[in-house]
Design a protein around this ligand. Structure first.
Ligand code: FES
Length: 120
């Protein structure tokens, strides 16, 4: 494992249709979140393209009730889980920032260099 990588969680902790927030910089706020959708893992910066605020309304609540879309609870923007594209709301057509990650053994590992200016 490279020294600038950040381990977020075990891959099997990401359950289909749910998301988990992480605070890899230790700011006290979850600045990134990860989810599993259609079997694929995605990691996004926790920042809405509308006003650059965090999306969730409480810990780990990033998704719609049925798990089919990511929601910004500030003004109700909806995003596709697989691409981060906004399909409804004030930032229609804009996208969440996807973060690069890779698997090491059973772990989801994020590159630390992507996290600067990542704490709305
Ligand atoms: S801040 Fe996300 S929809 Fe307005």
């Amino acid at each position: 494992m490279s020294h600038d990588a950040i381990v977020l969680c075990r891959l099997d902790e990401l359950v289909e249709g749910q998301a988990l927030g992480f605070d890899p910089l230790g700011t006290g706020k979850d600045s990134v979140f990860a989810l599993r959708h259609g079997g694929e893992v995605r990691v996004y910066r926790n920042s809405c393209p509308h006003l650059e605020v965090r999306l969730e309304y409480r810990k780990d609540r990033f998704l719609s009730v049925d798990g089919s879309q990511i929601i910004c609870y500030a003004h109700g923007a909806r995003f596709l889980p697989d691409s981060g594209l906004c399909v409804y709301g004030p930032c229609l057509g804009q996208s969440l920032s996807a973060l690069r990650w890779h698997a090491e053994a059973d772990w989801l590992v994020l590159e630390a260099g992507q996290l600067e200016a990542c704490a709305p």
